[in-house]
Design a protein around this ligand. Sequence first.
Ligand SMILES: [Ca+2]
Length: 435
Amino acid sequence: MFLLPLAALAGSGSDDAAVSATQDPEMGIWKAHSELITQYTLHTGLNGFGWVEANGMQALFDYYAAFGTTADDPVLNSILSTLRNYDFQGETNAYNDDRIWLALAAVRAYDLSNDAVFLDHAIFVQKHVSQQWTDQCGGGVPWKMDNPYKNTITNGLFFQLSAALWKRTTYFADDVNRSATWLGKSGLYNNQTYYDGLAPQADGTCSMQTEVFSYQLGPVIMGLLELGLTDYAMAYAVNSLPAFTDHETRVIVENGGCDQAQAEDACGPDMAIFKGIYTRALGNLVAVTGPNNLVADAISASMQSLVMKDLVQLDYSRVRFGLNWNGPSLRTDKHAQIIAMDLFNAFQRVYPQKALACLYNDVGLKGGVQCLRRPGYYDVAYNDAISSISLDPGCTLKAATDGGMQGNTKVFSSTAGWVGDDINDQISSMTLTCS
Ligand SMILES: [Ca+2]
């Protein structure tokens, strides 16, 4: 039925102690998830969307892969449908990096759905950008069709996309080689991170632009992982940690353009996404290597810090994450939610927590799903829609038709492919206990 606001719960005297999201990261991810879904459902399509939205989709796709979902999840299918129908060939955005971000989201969508249309989208973009390769500054693809700036991010993305397509089709090896070769000989790498790019000058030389941002490492690491070069990816990642983690807390922070600590709140809106891209790459890396290394430690430290120091509880059922994972941050916009999701995804891949219970929209454990990985109180993500429940042995789930365990309740002690007429499509809150 309806969800109670926080005030209505205070002093209720219920034995079902509420677990706040600050104590429970798994609740936190669901709150961030809901926030992100809201962002998407507010929009009717992808037209006018840019690289931030492409990375938001990537974070959501990673979320579904890391935490598990069903093939008929309505939110996932809505996003896939929008991306599937997106007019890549009619794209008017002249920035090659923006185009490649969207193409990489399409590759991820292909992995999730096996639908070759997504691969066709990505291949179109790869070929479009590949045609713009020039010998200026020793090679590389330009930032923009009418701007010859040879920047790291565009060329790192071109390398990653070419590597991803090579892995999935066996074509594109030439572009993998020439982009990797150019990145290596460009002088842009300073043994810790990459400089921003090479700017062609009137006299024919190219001028090094020395700004550094964490996301410049992301596509390089991801491309190396596509090629199976895990040791190289790890070397890049470990070398970069001193530049992009706080020396005391080991929390991932955006230096460079956003500057240190509190100054992260002053990042340009787009730049808030940088750290999430870097974190996503680190998460993909340690998903391969396992947890016993400095990269996994940075993810773990960031996760603990985010939940403890940089989470804003708006009311009982809604939280938002801040931009500065060292906390506290006043910046809790869409960008901050996307990168929080990147961090949660990375953490789940390195330190997977199994689902103790899952609630499904449809009969027979199908449809939209919310899985719980810790005992405690939860609001239902898909309110008034739950029709079946899976439960780990030793766990008991008490479901209620209103928020805060109010209204009618029903106790489940084993998996139920059908919750029953009495409570179907009415569950709003629940408490999970496990022995
Ligand atoms: Ca239902």
